[in-house]
Design a binder for this molecule. Structure first.
Ligand code: BT5
Length: 248
């Protein structure tokens, strides 16, 4: 918390990685002007090395969407944090790492981000297909990748000081964890696909288990045998690209 507040200072007009002079803001493109409006709309608690820190925001994903590749948005609190399929992501103010990274498009990004987050958390953190971080079988965090034609917004939520019933948390410093996640994400989002898949298999808590997969309109039960080259889960020989898995 002390580290967080120590970053408080008056923020420049746009993020540091791409800061135009006032005169160029007026004449710049519609997109850039929209970015500026979005940024000015939020109360910031700090900004350092391309990281935009906000106090309260609907979702870090929405702010990140209008920023250039390389940007990171981190918030103390989200009023409408989301998971996949419009599910809610809950966390009281100041209790979690809530970050969105703007990255180049990458079909394996969801798995690569899972690997990166698990490596950053260390210890016994394992991965549940497609996007959960598990600690001793309970959900510690999740990954949400949302793609636009030219970039991917990779949201990562990790519980630190609070977890909902049935989930778990990791007692580590938020800023230190952010730095580790950032480094690991840089590494794994640009790693060769075979390396991402190999490391995901090693960290997986899903492979080898009996699972039930809820698909839109049907349910499959079987053994999670492997992941395919595009990150799909193979259950009894059937490739599943989208769905929610229950470990049986
Ligand atoms: C996820 O979705 O696990 C992805 C979560 C991504 C959250 C980050 S935070 C930064 C960025 N900004 C956002 O708005 N989102 C991203 P999914 O697999 O759909 O899991 C959602 C489900 O997890 C919910 O339906 C709840 O059951 C459960 N859940 C909600 N909050 C949780 C929490 N804090 N810890 C553990 N489980 C939670």
């Amino acid at each position: 918390m002390r580290l967080w507040l120590s970053k408080l200072r008056i923020a420049p007009a746009v993020i540091r990685t791409n800061r135009p002079r006032a005169s160029s803001i007026i004449t710049t493109s519609v997109t850039a002007r929209w970015n500026l409006i979005v940024l000015l709309a939020y109360r910031r608690v700090g900004e350092a090395r391309g990281v935009l820190r906000l106090q309260s925001v609907a979702s870090t994903q929405d702010v990140a969407r209008s920023l250039p590749i390389g940007s990171i948005v981190i918030a103390d609190h989200q009023t409408a944090g989301r998971g996949r399929l419009d599910r809610r992501w809950e966390s009281p103010p100041g209790t979690a790492l809530l970050a969105s990274f703007v990255l180049p498009p990458n079909p394996l990004l969801s798995l690569a981000a899972g690997v990166a987050a698990a490596e950053a958390c260390g210890g016994n953190v394992r991965l549940k297909w497609p996007n959960d971080l598990l600690l001793e079988g309970a959900k510690l965090g999740g990954i949400l990748v949302e793609a636009t034609p030219h970039k991917a917004i990779c949201g990562i939520g990790i519980n630190l000081a609070w977890a909902p019933p049935g989930a778990t948390r990791l007692s580590v410093d938020r800023d230190q964890l952010l730095e580790r996640v950032r480094g690991e994400l840089e590494r794994w989002s640009s790693a060769a696909p075979y390396a991402v898949l190999a490391r995901w298999r090693e960290l997986s808590d899903t492979l080898g288990r009996r699972v039930r997969v809820d698909l839109p309109g049907s349910v499959i039960e079987g053994t999670a045998e492997d992941i395919g080259s595009n990150g799909e889960l193979i259950v009894d020989g059937v490739a599943i690209s989208v769905g929610s898995v229950i470990h049986l």
